[in-house]
Design a protein around this ligand. Structure first.
Ligand code: DSN
Length: 430
């Protein structure tokens, strides 16, 4: 077989891009070499539809042990009674939950996408908004925070069957206890999607949804620092409230509905190589060094938000409790004659200086999702590289310098050189 130089040259190019730049996309991180090795292993060759020891294929005795280890470590990490580690992504995990607990046309209540929610929480362009009938809560314009009284009002009015808490760009912690009270009041099930802060939650640094939410989903590749993938968990399994029975006439447990919704409901063969990499990442996340990492992520993010505020940027809600923040660029004063900032312009200009962020809608945005008025910034990836508080003001200064000179290629090039020089001190790959 001929070596595929086209692809391997591109992989080398991407490796260089990841190495020389400052990565601030809040949903990205750098996995360890052993996580990558597990993903690139012979486990990719194996079909294993089903669950450990209940497969539809022969030869699964080794992958059974791999998947069981992933399950056991995930349970230990999150203090969960039940987990399914097979979802290929967070979207797949959420699709499986909805298939398990809803019928088409049922009502759901989620966090508004334009306020920081996620596509799979009821957006009209996503299966969740096409198959189910969504309503939304958002943040308050003044505080940038979710107001639980408003959530309750909307829940009482809409009577959803499923309430979803969790976000893809919200910098504050969640009041899962009050969400559960509201869910109980309206007879809804409660799901938390903790994809973004799951690592920080696992290590006890943020509120824990597992005692309060019926079902919890997460991706595995953000703060959790594992391979791209998803997972579904329950703090405690419970008899399904829909009366679905086993062939023997017993009420099925919720775990049975969820397992069936993952496979055969929404997926085929599990990706055992990715599940092995998840197991490695969960093992790493149980170590003391990962707790230290999470503490540093939060310190870096908090300081970064403060530095942006000091420079005159509006950080939604005024700061952050977790790893990320959302910046509304509209109120930043810019030099005379310079075109106003948008998320798109900021993202495109910063990338020329090897600083990567993503444009993001901000609450009450007047621009389209392709332009946006904001950027989302996170500290998970740079903290993996080893950056600490002393580096944060410098990064914010560099970002500000680029944005305040976004028409000046010379200044952008100077910043790029500084970025590349700075990141040389934080080698990533051996
Ligand atoms: N795209 C992910 C994020 O960036 O948060 C969510 O799916």
């Amino acid at each position: 077989m001929k070596k595929d130089t086209a692809i391997f040259n591109l992989i080398a190019e991407e490796k260089k891009r990841q190495t020389v730049g400052i990565e601030l996309i809040a949903s990205e991180n750098y996995v360890s070499e052993q996580v990558m090795k597990a993903m690139g292993s012979v486990l990719t060759n194996k079909y294993a539809e089903g669950l450990p020891h209940k497969r539809y294929y022969g030869g699964c005795e080794v992958v059974d042990k791999v998947e069981q280890l992933a399950i056991d470590r995930a349970k230990q990490l999150f203090n969960a009674e039940w987990v399914n580690v097979q979802p290929h992504s967070g979207a797949q995990a959420n699709a499986a939950v909805m298939l398990a607990v809803l019928k088409p046309g049922d009502k759901i209540l989620g966090f508004d996408l334009s306020h920081g929610g996620h596509l799979t929480h009821g957006s009209p362009v996503n299966f969740s908004g096409k198959l189910y009938v969504p309503s939304f809560y958002g943040v308050e314009e003044k505080t940038g925070r979710v107001n639980m009284k408003k959530v309750e009002e909307i829940a009482l009015r809409e009577k959803p069957k499923l309430i979803i808490c969790g976000a893809s760009s919200y910098s504050r912690d969640w009041d899962y206890k009050t969400f559960r009270k509201i869910a109980d009041k309206v007879g809804a099930l409660l799901m938390a999607d903790i994809s973004h802060p799951s690592g920080l939650i696992a290590r006890g640094l943020l509120n824990d949804p597992l005692p309060y939410c019926h079902i919890v989903t997460t991706t595995t590749h953000k703060t959790l620092r594992g391979p791209r993938g998803g997972m579904i968990m329950m703090g405690k399994d419970f008899p399904n409230p829909f009366g679905e029975k086993t062939p023997k006439g017993e009420i099925k447990m919720m775990s049975q509905l969820l397992d069936a919704a993952v496979f055969p409901g929404t997926q085929g063969g599990p990706l055992e190589h990715v599940i092995a990499a998840k197991a490695v990442a969960y093992g790493e996340a149980l170590e003391d060094s990962y707790l230290k990492y999470c503490v540093q992520v939060m310190k870096n993010a908090k300081l970064m938000a403060e530095c942006f505020v000091e420079k005159g940027y509006k950080v939604i809600s005024g700061g952050t409790d977790n790893h990320c923040m959302l910046i509304d660029l509209r109120s930043k004063k810019i030099p005379n004659g310079l075109a106003p900032l948008t998320g798109k312009l900021a993202e495109n200009t910063l990338v020329k200086a090897d600083i990567t962020v993503n444009k993001n809608m901000v609450p009450f945005d007047d621009k389209s999702p392709f332009v946006t008025s904001g950027i989302r910034v996170g500290a998970a990836a740079i903290t993996t590289r080893g950056l600490k508080e002393k580096h944060i003001p410098k990064i914010v200064n560099l970002i500000d310098k680029v944005l305040m000179n976004h028409d000046n290629e010379k200044v952008i090039l100077e910043v790029r050189k500084e970025v590349n020089k700075m990141m040389k001190d934080f080698p990533l790959f051996s």
